[in-house]
Design a protein around this ligand. Structure first.
Ligand SMILES: Nc1nc2c(ncn2[C@@H]2O[C@H](COP(=O)(O)OP(=O)(O)OP(=O)(O)O)[C@@H](O)[C@H]2O)c(=O)[nH]1
Ligand SMILES: [Mg+2]
Length: 363
């Protein structure tokens, strides 16, 4: 999963990125550096238990790739352009956006908009995403209109529905409704896939607080989920977490306890991202490897098979499924079968988190 870190200049994006990746993205910003990418393994503790049972050659944990974008310059911000054209292009390819909002106070660090005001900043960035999509769809509308004028009657039947979809979503965006909160049919949604609209992506707000500063909530800031649609939220102290991220684990743990901190930021952010994006993991076991596969919640077995190999979707016969807890209790798939907890499921079975699955495929 690719997650891009966005936010106002100097909100602490690179600091949060470093906290999450234990990386060393240059902080303080200002200069237009390259994009930084940090890869984090999402350790699934269930795999360690399965490793002990199967002794496979490999144990494969899922990965999250965080991107820290090159900064926007202050002139652009004063001209109210909060995302550069280059940033918009990069963001299109992300699966989710992590929106860092400054909560920490620091008289030495000027806020680009004046006072520290988390609600204003979060709304401004969400509106910027809407603006980016409006501009992209307006260009598409012009292009489709031109295409229609030049097209032969036979070609029109393909262009007209696309234009209608673009206009429908444009109308919603003009009302401030992100694409993901609009009611669209599956065919309308698929007509828009190629645009990779920014408001179609899940957004997790990271409140970057000072030490022992209370964490705001979206509700408290008057941001209703109905308007902005499926936002995740998490609070952390970027600067402190950045320091803890590069310590030895034992030492970091001692600090956490002494300071009464929660779980490491990297774990909490991962959980909120998984929840907001709607990901669950199914597991596969064997002598070669044990592995966790993140998939969208609600995915059906036939499609889940396709995450292992695209051919598996076509060749899907059935899935043998046992829950992780049942497998651990039974000690083996064979015992699970004897006890009747290893089931045979068809194409439309909805995969659950922790399902251990063996797909039977017609190759
Ligand atoms: N006091 C305090 N300062 C912070 C905190 N997080 C970040 N900063 C400081 O804020 C400044 C900007 O942090 P960056 O992480 O570079 O912010 P950025 O959003 O990546 O900045 P640009 O990439 O330039 O837009 C740095 O001087 C950080 O040390 C925090 O939690 N508390
Ligand atoms: Mg930065």
């Amino acid at each position: 999963m690719d997650i891009a870190v966005i936010g106002l200049p100097q909100s602490g994006k690179s600091t949060v990125f470093n906290a999450l990746t234990a990386g060393h993205s240059a902080t303080t910003g200002g200069s237009a550096g390259p994009m930084q990418v940090g890869v984090v393994k999402v350790i699934d503790p269930r795999l360690a238990v399965l490793d002990g049972m199967y002794h496979p050659k490999k144990v494969i944990h899922p990965e999250i790739k965080y991107w820290d974008l090159p900064p926007v310059d202050r002139e652009a911000v004063s001209a109210n352009q909060l995302l550069s054209g280059r940033q918009r292009n990069i963001l299109q390819a992300a699966d989710a956006l992590l929106l860092v909002v400054r909560v920490f106070e620091d008289p030495a660090l000027l806020h680009p908009m004046g006072e520290v005001d988390p609600g204003r900043d979060a709304k401004a960035m969400l509106e910027e995403l809407i603006l980016a999509d409006l501009e992209a769809l307006e260009r598409a509308q012009t292009r489709l209109n031109d295409g229609l004028k030049k097209s032969k009657p036979a070609e029109r039947s393909a262009l007209v529905p696309q234009l209608e979809t673009v206009q429908k979503v444009l109308a919603g965006l003009e009302q401030g409704v992100p694409m993901k909160s609009q009611t669209l049919t599956p065919s309308e949604t698929s007509a828009l896939v190629d645009f990779q609209l920014l408001t179609s992506k899940p957004v997790v707000i990271v409140f970057n607080t000072g030490e022992s500063q209370p964490v705001p909530t979206l509700g408290g800031l008057g941001m209703s989920q109905e308007v902005f649609g499926g936002l995740g939220e998490v609070g952390l102290c970027g600067k402190l977490e950045e320091d803890l991220a590069v310590m030895e684990p034992d030492e970091a743990e001692e600090f956490r306890e002494a300071m009464g901190l929660d779980e490491p930021a990297v774990d909490r952010v991962k959980q909120v991202c998984y929840g907001t994006v709607g990901l669950v993991s199914f597991l596969t076991v064997g002598e070669d490897e044990v592995r966790a596969w993140p998939v969208p919640d609600g995915i059906v077995a036939q499609m889940a098979a396709g995450t292992i190999h695209t051919d598996f979707t076509r060749g899907f016969i059935r899935a043998e499924v046992i829950s992780y807890d049942d497998l651990i209790r039974c000690g083996s798939l064979a015992q699970g079968r004897k006890e009747g907890v290893l089931r045979s499921e068809g194409k439309t079975y909805q995969v659950k988190d922790g399902d251990v699955i063996n797909f039977l495929i017609n190759t």
